[in-house]
Design a protein around this ligand. Structure first.
Ligand code: IPD
Ligand code: CA
Ligand code: CA
Length: 271
């Protein structure tokens, strides 16, 4: 993808994501059909589907050669990550959307032959649009995000982690996680992977650590985070796959080594 094509694409996504935000805001207080998917807590509404359909239609119309990897069924069945691929979560944080009517985001990443070129995360109710183009920096609305250079310790850090890490689980010893919770300044859990990744990128949290995320939860945040020097790996410090679920540790670079080696490596369960 050349620079001009990429910029046109970036501007189109920017305009479409703002339109999609309007669709959500205009319809969210109407009676909504809420269905469950894999379990009673895994929700989907007609607006999740409507927003994904909106993007799928735009992509087919303007970029018929591009492929779509997405959550709610309008995407392609991908067995590779070659070519230009859009990775879309139409509403990330559907439970928040249903129960709170806030703390949810639209997440869009565009990858060319496996390389993250564009990332957008739109926190719809706060009207905060996070965006990035590879090698062009990351922005929150029109303000450029600063590189994550400040040297921080874990003691000064706020980590976004859900309660699941502190209960018996198949990834790490929860006792080691209890020690981690004692060392850090604080823990938060917002219920939207996209928003929590954006918080790490803007320095509002030092890490976001999550089990079993899908590619559409991470695709945009990965591009945005990379533009500010943030790190995003699996629990072993390895790159995450883009076609399957993974457990991720996204963080400020200054705490990565300690997090990985003193907590996740030490606590890792052998499966
Ligand atoms: C979920 C949210 C949540 C994370 C889950 C995701 P969804 O996405 O990002 O924070 O813990 O793993 O599935 O289902 O609301 O799009
Ligand atoms: Ca999601
Ligand atoms: Ca979703």
């Amino acid at each position: 993808m050349d620079v001009i094509q990429r910029e046109i694409l970036f501007n189109r996504i920017r305009s479409w994501i703002l339109d999609a935000g309007n669709i959500i805001r205009e319809n969210m207080y109407d009676p909504l059909t809420i269905d469950t998917k894999s379990n009673p807590k895994d929700l989907v509404t007609e607006l999740d589907r409507q927003v994904e359909f909106f993007f799928a239609t735009k992509i087919k119309e303007h970029y018929p050669e591009h492929l779509l990897l997405s959550e709610e069924g309008y995407g392609d069945h991908l067995s590779h990550f070659d070519g230009t691929i859009w990775v879309i979560d139409p509403i990330d944080g559907t439970m928040n959307f249903v129960n709170q009517k806030q703390n949810f985001a639209i997440s869009i990443g565009v990858y060319a032959d496996g390389i993250g070129e564009i990332g957008f995360i739109y926190d719809v109710m706060r009207n905060n649009l996070y965006s990035a183009m590879r090698d062009n920096g990351a922005y929150k609305n029109n303000v450029r995000l600063q590189p994550l250079q400040e040297k921080l310790t874990l003691k000064e850090s706020v980590l976004c982690m859900s309660h699941r890490w502190f209960m018996p689980n198949r990834f790490v010893d929860e006792e080691v996680m209890h020690l981690l919770s004692k060392e850090v300044r604080g823990l938060r859990s917002y219920g939207s992977a996209a928003i929590e990744l954006a918080y790490v990128a803007e320095g509002a949290a030092e890490a976001y650590i999550s089990m079993g995320l899908e590619p559409w939860d991470v695709a945009a945040g990965r591009v945005i985070l990379s533009e500010v020097g943030g790190k995003l790996t699996d629990m072993d410090g390895k790159e995450i796959p883009m076609l399957s679920r993974s457990t991720i540790i996204a963080c400020n670079p200054s705490i990565q080594s300690k997090l990985l080696h003193e907590y996740f490596k030490k606590g890792k369960k052998v499966t």
